[in-house]
Write a protein that binds this ligand. Structure first.
Ligand code: FAD
Length: 399
């Protein structure tokens, strides 16, 4: 049987896996292999809405998003490529019932140095001409937010990693992890074609598929696969490409412009999640979702009342019970996990890659205000979920 040896094996060539690989080689780790069972970004990454905002009630996540934002702003220098970052701004709007957590979160963000303002309905209407604000009382505006292209970022990170010596092995599934006979240390993995790979460190960054991979090493990951639908709306009349990304915590819907002039619309209502098999899920929008989303769009954006549906698709979130990722060492020595990003891993991926790589080489977190400890798997067993300091009533997840 063929064998190979590497210092670090990364399982999964999504945005998290390739960002970690790029960081590892930049830290001087010589031999890094990324095994991707399909192509780079073929998982959740390829379907990401790419929203970039720092609005989190978990300070570490806000700090990671803020740190990553500076990289998006300098994408050519940092990633060596245009990653489709459009700085159209980000707005999150609430009604009276959620004004208090909004104010508290904005105060938290300001302490972290994040550029954010509180705005009222008239300022929101100036940013998003024609938006209906009757049921909105307050919003937070991040002028430096916007959206990027997760596929472009992943391919740029893979290219960077490869140029510095990493091996990005596509169409190479990891069949199982290998450990010492007593299970105390990870020793590598075996690929689908039978190739044995010996590795001192294995990082599993395989989204929802991470669960099955680490189970064999005795690690239980509480990650489920949640289907989420996305619509692309074609306005009849011209829509400004500069309307901000809009997070609507009343209608529980988010939207952002597309370069094409269309509006991308996604769901933020996680009260009845649809759990699916990540290998077999419906890629279209259900009639019930379509009807509800279209009604919300027409209500919030009267200028789009006669718009047409251009297309729809569905992607998957790898969700944990607290909608925050598991990052760090698990189970046998040498094994790390970076998974469970729960639908918000794009905006923090540059920070995650650097933080995981730094942990592997024994360094401190390179991101001020964010250590990996809070993402530990043990938080679930210890009943210390990682949740917002200032949660929104009815919209607690992901922010
Ligand atoms: C519809 C949608 C909208 C989103 N919108 C946003 C957003 O607006 N903002 C934001 O911040 N985040 C967003 N996200 C989340 C973000 O895109 C993800 O958190 C991020 O891309 C996840 O990257 P990942 O590398 O963890 O996972 P993935 O991209 O899923 O990568 C995992 C990879 O592992 C591979 N793999 C699986 N099993 C194996 C195996 N046995 N061997 C080898 N490889 C394997 C898979 O093929 C896959 O490529 C969204 C996600 C979706 C689906």
């Amino acid at each position: 049987m063929a064998t190979m040896t590497t210092d670090v094996l990364i399982v999964g060539g999504g945005l998290v896996g390739v960002s970690t690989a790029a960081a590892l080689v930049s830290y001087g780790v010589r031999r890094v292999v990324v095994a991707e069972r399909d192509t780079v970004a073929s998982g959740a990454t390829g379907k990401s809405s790419g929203v970039v905002r720092c609005h989190y009630g978990v300070p570490e996540l806000a700090a990671m998003a803020w740190w990553s934002l500076a990289r998006f702003e300098n994408a050519m220098d940092v990633f060596g490529a245009d990653v489709g970052f459009h700085q159209v701004g980000y707005v999150v709007a609430v009604n009276a019932s959620n004004e208090s957590p909004l104010r508290a979160n904005v105060a938290l963000h300001r302490k972290l140095g994040i550029d954010v303002d509180l705005i009222g309905a008239s300022e929101l209407r100036a940013l998003w001409p024609g938006i209906a604000t009757d049921d909105l009382s307050l919003a937070a505006y991040e002028p430096r937010g916007g959206y990027g292209d997760a596929y472009s970022l992943a391919t740029a990170q893979a290219k960077r990693a490869r140029a510095a010596g990493a091996v990005i092995q596509q169409f190479m599934a990891v069949r199982e992890l290998r450990t010492t006979a007593d299970g105390s240390r990870v020793t590598g993995a075996v690929f689908g074609d039978g190739t044995e790979v010996a590795a001192g460190t294995v990082i599993v960054a395989a989204g929802p598929w991470s669960v099955g991979l680490v189970a064999a090493a005795g690690v239980g990951l509480p990650i489920r696969t949640q289907r989420e639908m996305v619509l692309l709306v074609e306005p009849r009349s011209r829509l400004s490409r500069m309307v901000p990304v809009f997070s609507d915590l009343v209608d529980l819907q988010y939207s952002r412009p597309e370069r094409s002039g269309q509006l991308l619309v996604g769901n933020s209502d996680h009260t009845s999640p649809e759990y699916v098999d990540p290998d077999r899920y419906d890629n279209g929008a259900s009639p019930a979702y379509l009807e509800s989303a279209v009604n919300k769009i027409a209500g919030r954006f009267p200028v789009l009342a006669d718009a047409a549906l251009a297309s729809s698709y569905a992607g998957i979130y790898d969700v944990t019970p607290d909608y925050n990722p598991v990052i760090g060492s698990v189970g046998p020595e040498g094994l790390l996990v970076a998974a469970g990003f729960s639908g918000h891993g794009f905006k923090i991926a540059p920070a995650v890659g650097e933080m995981v790589a730094s942990a592997v080489v024994g360094g401190d977190s390179p991101v001020p205000g964010a250590a990996l400890d809070v993402f530990t798997l043990s938080r679930f067993a210890e009943q210390r979920p990682l949740v917002s300091r200032h949660p929104y009533a009815g919209a607690g997840e992901m922010r």
